[in-house]
Write a protein that binds this ligand. Sequence first.
Ligand SMILES: [Zn+2]
Length: 224
Amino acid sequence: MYPESSLQQNHIYFENTYAFTVMTQVIDAGTSEHGDWLTLQDNIFHPQGGGQPGDTGTVDEVAVRPFRDPQATEHVVRLSCERTFTVGDTVSSTVDANARRRHAALHTCGHVVDGFVRALGFRHRVSNHFPGQARIEFDAGEQKPDLARLAADVEERSRKAIEDDRKVFAREQDGLRIIGIDGMHEDPCGGTHVESLGQLAGFSLRSLKVKGGVLKVGYTVEHA
Ligand SMILES: [Zn+2]
């Protein structure tokens, strides 16, 4: 029995990437071998997962770090913190806005690059949206692509999609959160995203190479 499973958290970061501050209530709190933690009713913190770094921020000006409660049956995000909080407290929570914007830009751009490389016949393996090391990996199989041409093609298509300011949308299907970009593929995803691709700036491919049957496509982008 995990009491957390009965918690109904409102995950604001799913609905609004740009909700950086919210007043809310502490609905659970405790101590583990890793230290003190709390759970907020309205949650604006994205925990690390899906290749995206976790947010950082504060609750009543105390630094916190989100992590997913692995034992909860629902999606419950706890915040590790350096002092104890009391259930029922009303607190002010704030997420680091610059990091949030950067992560959302890198993550959304990952969908763009992923979509265009997949459209060329490569199967997605894994994504990494960390600043400075963002890359998507695909099965190259027996393919021996012209790498310079492939890079130019993916870069041009991605630039065009950004120029066109395509909209990013979320919808729910069978209990899954599905993320799509107008005119492109849709994918189940729990990350944070920009609202439309015009919010991406300075996009370029960092690298594109095949090694051991894996196509690795590195990219960089900022939030406008
Ligand atoms: Zn996503």
